[in-house]
Design a protein around this ligand. Structure first.
Ligand SMILES: Cc1ncc(COP(=O)(O)O)c(C=O)c1O
Length: 422
């Protein structure tokens, strides 16, 4: 029995069966590669679902952990430590928001944002304003797995087993401005969006829809809350994905890449929204601990110093262009979209998407599929063009073999400089 077999057997008896894992046992990593127990190196284009922004074994992260772990790993939120204000300053400067609450995970940050919206509406009511308690969320949204988060997440398979959910949530058709207008009223305390939907298939909000959400929320005092947990902190080439639109939210949530792989989440909000929160209303034991904060500070400072956002834009644009030239050769790719290093190639069949993910894994390249038909790429920000070329060549081979449909525009794509493996 291999070590992997032993672990699989033990997990199958001991763990809740929440995950369908691929049969790979990872032991360590280096740069953009994660390495299994036999020493096989995998090119990781998913980075632990959008977490490992600086890749694996980053000396920046290792050093921050080493230094801080020798000083203080945990205190509690009853006392001060050196990290929270320093990190909050970096986040507020980059987001244009005023105040921060630190949590541990994405879903916990999202819960904090929902509670803030309800509390803020309560404050406005106490000041004589007419505003209700309803949330408007979007179809295809994903905000996490705890009760508030899953109640504002659209997909039935995540919601239905846990009913009844948190009441007061209505879903708006994605990018449908008329539906948004029809469902918005003074009953609404917050409009909830991802600037680019992640799990929903890397779908960017339209400028018109985002602007209308901003205008409607402003008209009543409702909050515009943007979930930046997957798209935020540099992945799209700007610190936050909403910054591509020139629209300023009232509240945002961040998590995944913020502490380079350690769990940390945050809610950022305006001074106006923050008026609703007083001591004792909300809190956490672990959130914003010294270790996670010091690593997050090191990650953000390193991203700034090395101009990693510009790098993510450059390599992301290159990746997207290569996916487009692949799409020109393979009719099975029906759309390519995304920004920076948050990218998708949508295929014409869910079975094919599953097959491509599994064939990529056989070639030691990690991607995943979301929303059934969408191949999703969330690589570390340190990805280079040569890694993109490796991935595109593999996709080209796999699509040629498994989709069997090399499009008529092959010559055009090749002459435009796309890789030629068709
Ligand atoms: C947009 C978005 N919001 C919230 C979450 C939940 O984050 P976590 O899994 O850290 O709870 C995710 C996770 O994928 C996400 O992509």
């Amino acid at each position: 029995m291999t070590k992997l077999d032993q672990i699989r057997a033990a997990e199958s008896k001991l763990l809740l069966t929440t995950y369908e894992r691929f049969p790979v046992l990872f032991t360590h990593g280096e740069g953009v590669h994660i390495i299994d127990e036999k020493g096989v190196r995998y090119l990781d284009l998913l980075s632990g679902i959008g977490v490992n922004a600086l890749g694996y074994s980053s000396p920046i992260i290792e050093n921050a952990i080493a230094v801080q772990s020798r000083k203080l790993i945990h205190t509690s939120n009853l006392f001060y430590h050196e990290g929270q204000a320093e990190l909050a300053l970096r986040l507020t400067e980059r987001s244009g928001l005023d105040r921060v609450f630190f949590a541990n995970t994405g879903t916990e940050a999202w819960e904090g944002a929902l509670k803030l919206a309800r509390a803020h509406a309560g404050l406005l009511r106490s000041e004589g304003k007419s505003i209700g308690t309803k949330f408007l969320a979007l179809e295809q949204s994903f905000h996490g797995r705890t009760f508030g988060s899953v109640s504002t997440t659209h997909k039935a398979k995540y919601r239905e087993p846990f009913a009844p959910l948190v009441p007061g949530v209505e879903f708006v058709r994605f990018n449908d401005v008329a539906d948004l207008r029809a469902k918005f009223s003074t009953d609404v305390c917050a409009i909830l969006v991802e600037a680019i939907q992640g799990e929903g298939g890397i779908r960017p909000l339209s400028q018109e829809f985002f602007a209308e959400a901003r205008a409607l929320a402003t008209s009543t005092g409702a909050l515009l809350i943007v979930d930046e947990i997957q798209a935020g902190l540099g992945r799209t080439g700007k610190w936050f994905a909403y910054q591509h639109y020139g629209i300023q939210p009232d509240v945002i949530t961040v998590a995944k890449p913020i502490a380079g792989g350690l769990p940390l989440g945050a809610v950022l909000c305006t001074e106006e929204a923050a008026r609703a929160i007083h001591a004792g209303m909300h809190g956490t034991t672990f959130g914003g601990g010294p270790l996670a904060c010091s690593v997050a500070i090191a990650v953000i400072d390193h991203m700034e110093k090395t101009n990693l956002l510009a790098h993510a834009t450059d390599v992301g644009d290159y990746f997207q262009a290569q996916l487009r030239s692949l799409a020109a050769r393979h009719s099975a790719i029906v759309d390519v979209r995304g920004k920076g290093l948050m990218l998708a190639a949508e295929l014409d069949s869910a079975d094919l998407a599953k097959e491509v993910v599994s064939q990529m894994l056989k070639r030691h390249i990690i991607i995943n599929s979301t929303s059934d038909t969408v191949l999703r790429f969330l690589p570390p920000y340190i990805l280079e063009r040569s890694h993109v070329d490796t991935a595109i060549a593999a996709l080209d081979e796999i699509l040629t073999e498994h989709a069997g449909a090399v499009g008529a525009s092959q010559t055009t794509a090749q002459s435009a400089g796309g890789p030629n493996h068709g």
